[in-house]
Design a binder for this molecule. Structure first.
Ligand code: AMP
Length: 191
């Protein structure tokens, strides 16, 4: 099963994705993490990526799609994409990449939380790109570029809305129910 975790910055995608993957033996692919690792590696590319991230802007689609393509090796178990796709170009690119492998995005978990709570969570993380100004900008970018993916996946019948408020364990249970509700989800890809 291929799953996308969608939602605004700070809604808890990373936390929930890593718990879900640990419990279900899924691979967790976080593009934010991949990018932060890439920053440590090399000069020129690192510098370029850093500029986008520090401004709270999106890293260009072609770079992200290349990164995902090389991250997807021979996956036997399920995969959770966390923080990807973030634009419609990325979503279409992911569909194409998976189609070549005879796979598809089976489910999309949309985590929902109220804005005040989400902003509180982001600022509490204290990451270097988590200044108030950058956070505000990341929300604008989310609304403009990423939120349209809600419709994209709703049209394809894969979207599951999950209440992201409350205790981590409660949210985890809701996610589990949203993903395991038709009995076909045993961690293997369909087809
Ligand atoms: P995250 O850890 O998911 O909050 O991502 C941190 C930053 O990495 C974002 O603010 C973007 O600058 C960049 N980033 C992460 N994932 C993507 C993506 N799929 N497309 C473009 N930029 C991304």
């Amino acid at each position: 099963m291929r799953v996308v975790f969608l939602g605004p910055p700070g809604v808890g995608k990373g936390t929930q994705a890593s718990i879900f993957c640990r419990n279900n033996d899924f691979r967790h692919i976080s593009t934010g993490e991949l990018l932060r690792n890439a920053l440590e590696l090399d000069g020129e590319m690192g510098q370029k990526i850093r500029k986008f991230m520090e401004a709270g802007d999106l890293v260009p689609d072609d770079l992200m799609l290349g990164m995902i393509e090389s991250a997807l090796v021979d996956e036997q178990n399920g995969v959770v994409f966390d923080g990807f796709p973030r634009t419609e170009v990325q979503a279409r690119g992911l569909d194409d990449l998976l189609e070549k492998r005879n796979e598809r995005v089976d489910r999309v978990v949309l985590l929902i939380a109220d804005e005040a709570e989400v902003i509180r969570r982001v600022l509490a993380r204290g990451r270097s790109d988590d200044t108030l100004e950058t956070v505000r900008h990341r929300f604008e970018v989310y609304d403009a570029s990423t939120a349209p993916l809600i419709e994209y996946y709703r049209e394809r019948g894969t979207l599951r809305e999950v209440d992201g408020m409350g205790a981590i364990s409660e949210i985890q249970e809701r996610i589990h129910n949203a993903l395991m509700d038709d009995g076909s989800a045993n961690g293997r890809s369909a087809g």
